[in-house]
Design a protein around this ligand. Structure first.
Ligand SMILES: C[S@@+](CC[C@H](N)C(=O)[O-])C[C@H]1O[C@@H](n2cnc3c(N)ncnc32)[C@H](O)[C@@H]1O
Length: 201
């Protein structure tokens, strides 16, 4: 068990749970969740982003495919006094929220390119392993996203230069989204925060 801090707030990170890093903080610093909104976070890990959204007054659904992550996130939500405002659900991407719509969808997806014979597929490995081109999860997410947003809904997620950011922007535009980006250089990659919403507004 590790304890990490974001803006002086402590979050416990259990074994086999992703420890918040630069990608998490890029989302956290730009979250923009508002009081009364319905927010969905995919792959909540230790729950940091879901908890920040709940502390801002949103009603949150937080999912993960890793049961250890959900248990850890739930414990952190109790500590932060927002357990009643977050509905934790186990499952693969959109499966636990079938038929629902959200004002804000947040995702820090796995995006590390890994060849099939090198993939470890353990609970923690699945936090970053994303197939040969790093796009196995993000492509599924982008295809389904429009069906899960309210008419004024938006999505906020991160991508790495390791996994073809231009393709992501192209897919979003093809699906009718406006896209804003914020880039941050790290030593081995560039992270890109993408904020998107349907272009008709
Ligand atoms: C990079 S970590 C991000 C964790 C946390 N949101 C953060 O920003 O610190 C990705 C998370 O997505 C989860 N995940 C991976 N594949 C998933 C899937 N198909 N459906 C739901 N969650 C998934 C992982 O278990 C992991 O907790």
């Amino acid at each position: 068990m590790v304890v990490m801090y974001y803006k002086e707030k402590a979050f416990k990170v259990a074994e086999n749970v992703y420890e918040p890093a630069e990608d998490t903080f890029l989302l956290a610093d730009n979250l923009g969740a508002r009081k009364g909104e319905r927010v969905l976070e995919f792959g909540t890990g230790c729950g940091l982003l879901a908890i920040l959204a709940a502390r801002a007054g949103a009603q949150v659904v937080a999912t993960d495919i890793n049961p250890a992550a959900l248990e850890c996130a739930r414990a952190n939500a109790v500590t932060h006094g927002v357990a009643d405002n977050i509905d934790f659900r186990l499952g693969d991407l959109f499966e636990p929220v079938a038929g629902e719509r959200f004002d804000l969808v947040i995702f820090n997806p796995p995006y590390l390119p890994v060849e099939p014979d090198e993939a470890l597929n353990g609970p923690l490995d699945r936090a970053w392993e994303a197939g040969p081109d790093g796009r196995v999860i993000i492509d599924r997410f982008l295809r389904e996203l429009p069906n899960y947003l309210t008419p004024n809904g938006r999505a906020l997620f991160v991508q790495s230069s390791l996994a073809n950011i231009s393709k992501t922007i192209q897919m979003l535009k093809t699906n009718g989204f406006h896209v804003n980006t914020l880039r941050k250089k790290l030593s081995f990659e560039e992270l890109c925060l993408l904020r998107c919403f349907i272009a008709s507004k």
